[in-house]
Structure formats: structure tokens, C-alpha cells
Write a protein that binds this ligand. Sequence first.
Ligand SMILES: Cc1cc2nc3c(=O)[nH]c(=O)nc-3n(C[C@H](O)[C@H](O)[C@H](O)COP(=O)(O)O)c2cc1C
Ligand SMILES: CCCCC(=O)C(=O)O
Length: 359
Amino acid sequence: MTGTTLSEYESRARELLPGPVWDFLAGGSGTESAVSAGRAALDRVRLRPRVLVDVSACDTRCSLLGAPLAAPVGIAPMAYHRLVHPEGEVATARAAGDTGALFTVSMFASRTLEDIAAAATGPLWLQLYWLRRREQLTGLIRRAEDAGYRALVLTVDAPRVAHRPRDARNGFAVPAGIRAVNVDASVMSASHGGTAGESAVARHSREQFDPSITWADLAWIRERTALPLVLKGILTGEDALLAVEHGVDGIVVSNHGGRQLDCAIPAADALPEIAEAVADRCRIILDGSIRHGTDIAKALCLGAHAVFVGRPALWGLAHSGSEGVSAVLRGLSNEFDEAMALMGAVRVEDFDRSGIVHH
Ligand SMILES: Cc1cc2nc3c(=O)[nH]c(=O)nc-3n(C[C@H](O)[C@H](O)[C@H](O)COP(=O)(O)O)c2cc1C
Ligand SMILES: CCCCC(=O)C(=O)O
């Protein structure tokens, strides 16, 4: 990581960002135990290396729903990148392109889908929350198609944004001048109305997200686009099976970085039963607490095809814009390359359950 470790990016971001913005990034819901549990779950997994394999030409490349990637790594959808850097998602997109990573743009991005696409040289996906005002979704889907986004990611673990004590205490509101520019201003005016004891983000999600949607509503999206559909926030084999039965192209196994259901099972713990239920019928991505190349190796052994990285991308962005994000992503890829060599894995597909034990 060009001499700077990931934890140094984290510390620097913490120094640079206003307290309430740092809390919005770092925080979780309720007791915040699901944030630390995500890390602990990965730490419990130990690797079983194979030796005397010719690893002179390890290949970290893979493809995900048709998108070629330099390593099985993407950036998780995160709202409002301009909170941490004036260029926001445009800088993130440039870094993703430079490093061959996928970038999943949040519906609540602070730069337009078109500006992000113009800066991107690699694959983009668009993440959606299901709004009460469905015409907003229709418009976004059309714009994503026109701008060359390659898949839609519907986040299903957030019928509303959970109570996050730090944001409530801070009365967190997105600072004036930073907006979710891709949705109608009245849909996400999260820059208004934060008061001590209530976060504007949580309040607006309650007003705007449609909590009544069910599996049957997925057909509504399918009727409107031929883009691949990925569901984000699956944590059980039962729901993974329903996702497959509803014909989705991929799932993101995720507890939303500990920001939604408090005490939710960590994604890494949920992954084995999900991989078994899916039985290779759709792509599986894991997110939450991915901080090292070995975490990527562990996720692949547990049954994922790729991982998403959340907060570390924003630490890099806060630290030094596009270059910081590139450095963070490159660091992870280099570590993953080393993990492959030391595991005796030559191709990404070589990782399987025999590569790990659980403690
Ligand atoms: C600041 C922030 C904003 C986020 N915004 C979104 C979002 O708009 N949509 C979404 O599906 N997930 C969102 N997430 C969750 C991430 O996509 C991802 O699940 C989580 O951050 C992964 O964990 P990690 O940060 O430990 O890598 C957000 C996370 C953070 C930290
Ligand atoms: C309304 C923005 C929600 C962002 C989000 O999903 C998160 O903060 O985790």
C-alpha cells in the first residue's frame, strides 16, 4: 500500500473529517455489535495453505456478471461520497477504473450518474432502495441504462434506515451543498431537519422508502429493464433460495456493515449456508469488514465469487481523493495476490471449502 497501511488511512480520515461525518461512516445501528462481529467472524476463519504448487503465475483476474475485474473486488454502494471529498463519486470512479475494480454507485450518490459514468473506465453498477414514489426508480433505471451501468443492485435489508445512536446523538444531517443529486430533492432532503436525538437520514428514509414491498414486486423491476438484478442484504439460506427462485442474477451477502439489524449474523457466518442453498445458480458477493487480502481469500473459500469493500474506500477518498482510493484498492489486490501464492492457489476458482477451518 505504497508504505501507508490501511489503518493509517483510517486514522487520517478520522483526523480530517468533522466528528458527525466520521460517526456516520464508522457507526452502526443499536449496540453496534454487528460492526465488530463482522470482523470477529472473519478472524475466526483460518486458512489451510497448500504447498509445492507452481505459483509463478498466479492470476487474480475474474469476471462478475460479464464485467472483467483485475481481482474479485468491488466498491460497496455508499451514499454521499462528497461528505469526505469535494470530487465525490467521480474520484472514486476514476480510482475503480485505474485499479480494475467494480464500482457500485449508491442511489444517494452526490454526483450525477452521468458525471460518474464519464469519469469511469471500469464497470459500474447502480444500487437502488425501493422508494414509495416508483416513478423515481423508473427514471433512475432508464438513466443507468443510457449511461452504461451494467447491473442494478436492490438493497433489501433496509425497509428503513435503522436507528444509529451516533447519528441520532449528533442530529446528523448531510451538510448543505451536498445532495443526493440523482433523486428528486423532495425525496432525499437529508440535509434538512437533523435535530439532536434524530438523524435526518433516518427520518427521510422512513418517509420515502416503501416498507411494503415483497418478493412479488421484483417482477416490477424485471418488466422495466433487461439489466442483471442483484439483491443486497441477504443473510439466510431461505432468502437466498427465494432469490434464486425469483431469477435474480446475484446476491450480496451483507449485514450492511453492521448498520441495519442490530445483532444480525455476520455475513461471513451466513455465507456457507447461502452458498449451499444457491448451489451455483447465481453469483454471490460478500461484504462487511473486508480489510485484508486474506479476507478476500477467506470469502472465496466460504463460497463467494467476489467481495465488496465499503468504509476503506471512503478512508482512501478522505485521505487523498482518487489516489487514496486507488492506493487502498491496490493494496488489497496486492495482498490478495500474495495470499494466492502462499495458499497455493493459481486461479481465483481454486479457492474452496478445503482452504479454511473455522474456530
Ligand atoms: C457511509 C456509508 C454509506 C452507505 N450507504 C449505503 C447505500 O447507500 N446503499 C447501500 O446499499 N449500502 C450502503 N452502505 C453499506 C455498504 O454498502 C456496505 O454494505 C458496508 O459498508 C460494508 O461493510 P464495510 O464498510 O465494513 O466494508 C453504506 C455504508 C457506509 C459506511
Ligand atoms: C439514505 C441513505 C442511507 C445510506 C445507507 O444505506 C447507510 O448509511 O448505510
